[in-house]
Write a protein that binds this ligand. Sequence first.
Ligand SMILES: O=C(O)C(=O)C[C@]1(C(=O)O)C=C[C@@H](O)C=C1
Length: 276
Amino acid sequence: MRKVGYLGPQGTYCEEIVLYLYKNNEAALIPYNGIDAAIRAVALGETDECIVPVENSLEGSVNITLDTIAHDVALYITKEIVLPVRHNLLGKQGCQEVTTIVSHPQALAQCRKTLAILYPQAKLKPVESTAEAARIVAGSDGLYAAIGSLKAAEIYGLAVLAPDIHDHQANSTRFIGLEPQAAACVQGKSKTTFVCQINGERPGSLYNILAEFASREVNLTRIESRPARTGLGMYIFFFDLEGSLAAPNIAEAVSAVKAKCLWYKNFGSYPIVYVI
Ligand SMILES: O=C(O)C(=O)C[C@]1(C(=O)O)C=C[C@@H](O)C=C1
């Protein structure tokens, strides 16, 4: 049976995605206690695939995902899934006072303004996932609260102290599926992703890369830089493009860019799935 890893424990937003993708029990769903652990398990052959978050519409990149796929493993992105994320403050039944709010750092950041108004005195404490936060609160005294989903409230027997506490209604997170092999035949709405390092000492290096896409009418949907880890001021760039490498203009643009880079890693082309 296919094994699919995700950021656990039970009740995370990641779990929502794997349950949506594999609703007919056609895969064994395996929770990991960290995003990097779920990714490494695929590289080690413990699982066939993992689903991990990569970007949020309010807080931006999930750096551990970008850094792990760039530096530590050789995996392909085989799907992208976009999930609208609605956060709630969860606490024990009858909880009157909240001194500490625990959650995943992304969730804490997505609710920062709202929490500053509702609970200005509360301390914010990062933990591995929103469901881990709910689990901690269920086992704590009544002064702890967690940011998490309604599903997590149900699983860990918590009450909703405040619903919809994300700072903007249009809060959504992009997740990716990672596998050892690239997606075979990508049809419908798709994207292509690669990461590269360019010569930062030569003027116009990034401009020259962008020109390869512009001249072939390839639409870039995202550029993200992360430290190259070789020294201060050295960066790698992640590029997301609309369309697949099966399209000649994209294949040509990508090979022209590859020839201009100091270092290049391809994550392949993959379909986009929207969860409503
Ligand atoms: O903690 C979870 O429930 C997760 O699935 C992780 C995660 C993330 O890392 O972005 C996923 C969606 C939300 O943006 C908040 C947390």
